[in-house]
Ligand binder design. Structure first.
Ligand code: BV8
Ligand code: ZN
Length: 254
């Protein structure tokens, strides 16, 4: 482990009553899932993802947008959670045993947190596994192979779109409610693997601070919120988080 972890942070984690963790694409990078803003091979290299993740792009070219999402869904099916996901699942279990609360709020749509065993997960931007008919509204999880047409067809004759939140679309009300409730009650907030430029998630550190929480950022590079965090740790989530969770347990004599 090449990244120093401040002892005060380990103590803060040992003492925290209510922990909230916000994750972004960076925590899935070590599983082999492209982050949202990295220069990418395949479809992403030619297009700007924030251009594709919009209702306008879907209206303009539903075949291209649904093919892009289906390619990402099939990619997600091939990868596994990494030590960063596993550390957060372990931390949730330990805090539950210690009768302390934990909430994981993710911007990711890959469901790797759930695959790693995380239970208390809020999916702010939906899920790439869920597809919804734009005509009849039926919503189903698709875990199979590639769709046989783009845009995929619904039995009603309509077409399916991915069950994700696009730019310009409102986040699920329940996800916002659960996030606001957890942030208002937390005393330790982590922002992990996110460039903190997409809202409202990028504002969550402010809500945590308003609740009096200490804040931690774990990211490969500085972000617009790095200067706000009590601890800003530049390193890989898959290295920093397992080390931090192990240090917490070691000092607790777990
Ligand atoms: C909304 C879809 C009401 C699924 C995505 C103020 C308030 C509210 C809204 C806005 C506002 N200002 C502007 C807006 C509009 C907009 C917005 O935020 N625009 C931005 C660009 C300015 N927000 C919205 O439209 C939201 N809707 O609020 O509704 C409304 C509506 C209209 C107008 C006003 C209000 C909806 C936002 C959701 C958009 N959909 N995804 C999909 O295709 O995936 S967001 C997309 O970006 C992904 O979900 C992604 O998760 C998310 C954020 O990106 P990151 O996760 O941070 O990924 P990124 O690649 O950027 O960064 C990765 C980081 O990890 C990097 O820093 C890297 O260094 C680091 N990293 C890499 N490897 C590692 C690592 N860190 C640690 N370890 C590693 N190994
Ligand atoms: Zn339908």
């Amino acid at each position: 482990m090449s990244v120093p972890i401040p002892l005060e942070l380990v103590d803060a984690l040992r003492a925290a009553r209510a922990v909230v963790v916000l994750t972004g694409a960076g925590i899935s990078a070590e599983s082999g899932i492209a982050t949202f803003r990295d220069a990418m091979d395949g479809l992403w290299a030619k297009f700007d993802p924030s251009e594709l993740a919009t209702p306008e792009a879907f209206a303009r070219d539903p075949a291209m947008v649904t093919r892009w999402y289906d390619e990402r869904r099939l990619r997600c099916a091939k990868v596994r959670p990494n030590p960063g996901h596993q550390a957060l699942a372990k931390l949730e279990q330990e805090l539950a045993r210690e009768h302390r609360s934990f909430m994981l709020i993710t911007q990711n749509v890959d469901r790797l947190h759930q695959k790693a065993g995380s239970v208390n997960v809020v999916e702010l931007h939906g899920s790439i596994w869920v597809w919804r008919c734009v005509t009849c509204g039926v919503e189903k999880e698709y875990r199979g192979g590639a769709f046989d047409s783009y845009p995929p067809a619904c039995g009603c004759g309509g077409v399916l779109r991915p069950g994700v939140v696009w730019f310009g679309e409102s986040l699920p009300a329940e996800a916002i409610r659960a996030s606001e409730k957890a942030l208002a009650a937390c005393d330790l907030f982590f922002s992990v693997g996110t460039s903190s430029v997409v809202f409202p998630a990028a504002d969550f550190i402010h809500a945590a601070q308003a609740a009096g929480a200490r804040t931690v950022e774990v990211n490969l590079e500085p972000t617009p919120v790095s200067h706000l965090a009590d601890w800003s740790i530049f390193g890989k989530a898959g290295e920093v988080l397992p080390f931090l969770v192990a240090e917490k347990a070691a000092k607790q004599g777990d």
